[in-house]
Write a protein that binds this ligand. Sequence first.
Ligand code: DC
Length: 220
Amino acid sequence: MISIAIDGPAGAGKSTIARRVAQKLGYLYVDTGALYRAIALHMLRAGKNPASPEEVIPQLEAVEVSLRYVEGEQQVLLGAENVSESIRTPEVAAAASKVSAIPRVREFLLSLQRDIAEQNDVVMDGRDIGTVVLPHAQVKIFLTASLEERARRRWKELLEKGSADFGTVLADVKKRDEQDSTRAIAPLAQAADAVLVDTTGITLEQSVDRMLAVIRERLS
Ligand code: DC
C-alpha cells in the first residue's frame, strides 16, 4: 500500500489540496482532523471541558467514532450519526485543538488511522501523520502558507456560510497554531524527510500540481 502523509497548520489548504491530489491518484483521502473534531463535538454535547483530561478521558469509552466513504467522500460518524457537517464550526475547531493535546485521545485514534492506511492507498492529512501516525509513508509533505494568507482563506470560507470578522479569525488561527505546535505530545512539526510546499501566493491548481510533481518524483 502507498501512503502519502500531508501535515501542516490550519488553513494551509491541506484538505482541499489533499482531496484533489487523492482524486487524481485514485487514492483514499483521509482527513484526520475530522476525527479530533468528532471527539470534540461529543465532549461539547456531553458538557465536558475539552481541555480537561479528567473530564475527557472517562468519556472516551462512550465515543464511537468511525469513518465511512460514500462515492469516495469521507463521512465521520459518531455512533450512527453522520456529523460531517456539525463538526465544521469554529467552536468545534477550538475544542478539537484542545482535546488533541490529551495523549489518551491521540492513542485512541492511532489504530483507526493506521488501519485505514494498511488497507488502502491513502493521502492522509493532519498534524502528525509523517512524524507519528505513518512514519514509514513513502511520501511526506509539509504544506504551509503565511499566517495572514491562511487566516484570509479561513475568513473567506466562513463568510460564505455567514458573517465573520477578519481580526477574530486571524487571532483564532494564530492561537490554534500555537496550541498545535507547542503541545507536549505529537506537536505539529515537519518530519525530517518531508518536502516543504508553501502555498502563499499560488493558486489551488498550482498547489495541487506542485504536490503531484513532488509525489511522482518521490514514487518514481
Ligand atoms: O485540520 P483540522 O482543523 O480539522 O484539525 C482540528 C484540530 O485537530 C487541530 O487543531 C489539531 C488537531 N489535529 C491533530 O492534533 N492531529 C491531526 N492529525 C489532525 C488534527
